[in-house]
Design a protein around this ligand. Structure first.
Ligand SMILES: *Cc1c(COP(=O)(O)O)cnc(C)c1O
Length: 395
């Protein structure tokens, strides 16, 4: 409400110094909660910006990586078709969409147990180099959308550094958990990355739209995305010349649009209201509700947990009598649950297995909601299975 009411339009620093300054402060606060190395912070040698979505962060970092690579190759845009982006088959389709916008080839697959396998990425890079391609960008995920899996950042980082690829870490969902010491290890190796993004609008109590992007070399982003216009020149207070005053940030050069909202106010409010310990409490209580749900599912022998849970996402399914009936049975269960209007669950295909995803993460969820959900699931499963019985008996 404050953000809309103030209606700040912060093109550049001068248009709203407070929007810019608060954003850089809040980005450092977030970075410090995540124990990011100082190479990503304004208080160190990097910096961060608030985008609207992970897609935007991917497009902007891809553009920065592309322009650096093309500069090195020489020959202008002609080399663009040689550039290759790597990700796993579990990487969010935001990456494919973004790579398409930047006109780079994407190679996906390379996963075992739903996480990126360093050896297969290395082999693919070697192959591509042999065939005259230029490896550009590797996207690793902390908390994949389907299964909540985590890619091995440290090993991937070594490969990226060895072959000079831009390494981006997409921590859209699970990055929020990494403010807790017990989850921070999933970011080990982050110092080897060039950029990392996280959506506070997913699991950090912040309203849409809010995506944190940190980069090691802000100048790479700015080189790619900056535009010069007389309208948007910052006037140095010390002099009367209209040249850009040196040390201010113009966030218009860190993102796709020129105009921007006062998004930092949302994240500032969340951090000030809950505090570091309150935010850790939020993450931990969601995880403990997910554990509670997982335990109830595991105790019912008609169900199974398909993927080991890492965060507050539980991937489960109703065990089919025959494997070939698994997808249909669970699709019917999801339809019945969502059709009830009392819960909303999504599904994913993991290695050809249809799984139901129960994700806990909104502001007001309590144990009783989780218990109600489990009761509803059992009711719907009872009905589905009892409808199936006579049919099975007659076969
Ligand atoms: C949700 C999600 C995205 C998509 O984010 P947008 O902000 O909608 O672009 C990307 N990656 C992961 C891992 C996600 O969970």
């Amino acid at each position: 409400m404050l953000c809309s009411g103030f209606n700040v339009v912060g093109f550049n620093w001068l248009a709203s110094p407070v929007a810019t300054e608060l954003e850089s402060i809040v980005m450092d606060w977030m970075g410090k909660m995540l124990k990011l190395p100082s190479s990503f912070l304004f208080s160190g040698t990097g910096g961060g910006v608030l985008h609207g979505s992970t897609c935007e962060s991917l497009v902007c970092t891809l553009a920065a990586a592309r322009d650096k690579a093309l500069e090195k190759l020489g020959g202008g845009f002609d080399n663009i078709t040689k550039l290759v982006v790597y990700a796993s088959d579990q990487t969010h389709f935001a990456l494919q969409k973004s790579a398409k916008l930047i006109a780079a080839l994407t190679r996906t697959s390379f996963s075992t147990e739903f996480s990126l396998s360093p050896d297969t990425v290395r082999a693919a890079i070697e192959d591509d180099i042999k065939s005259g391609h230029v490896p550009l960008y590797l996207c690793a995920t902390v908390g994949t959308t389907g299964a909540g899996a985590v890619d091995p950042i440290e090993e991937l980082g070594k490969i990226a550094n060895e072959y000079k690829l831009w390494l981006h870490i997409d921590a859209a969902y699970a990055g929020s958990a990494c403010i807790c010491p017990e989850y921070r290890r999933y970011l080990n190796g982050v110092e080897l990355a060039d950029s990392i993004s996280l959506n506070p609008h997913k699991w950090f109590l912040t309203n849409m739209d809010c995506c944190c992007l940190w980069v090691k070399h802000p100048s790479f982003l700015v080189d790619s995305l900056s535009t010069e216009s007389d309208i948007m020149r910052n006037r140095s207070p010390a002099s009367n010349t209209s040249t850009n005053a040196a040390p201010v940030i113009d966030y218009k050069d860190w993102q796709i649009p020129l105009s921007r909202r006062f998004k930092a106010l949302k994240l500032w409010t969340v951090i000030r209201k809950h505090g570091y310990s309150g935010l850790m409490y939020h993450i931990r209580s969601d995880v403990s509700m997910a554990k509670r749900f997982e335990a109830m599912v595991a105790k019912d022998e008609r169900f199974e947990i398909v993927v080991p849970r890492k965060f507050a996402l539980v991937c489960f399914r109703l065990k089919p009598k025959r494997e070939s009936e698994g997808s249909e049975l669970n699709r019917e269960l999801v339809d019945a649950l969502n059709g009830s209007g009392r819960a909303f669950l999504t599904q994913a295909m993991l290695d050809g297995v249809y799984v139901i995803r129960c994700s806990i993460g909104t502001t007001l969820t309590q144990d009783r909601h989780v218990d109600d959900l489990w009761k509803l699931i059992q009711e719907k499963a009872d009905r589905l299975l009892s409808l199936q019985e006579p049919e099975h008996a007659s076969r």
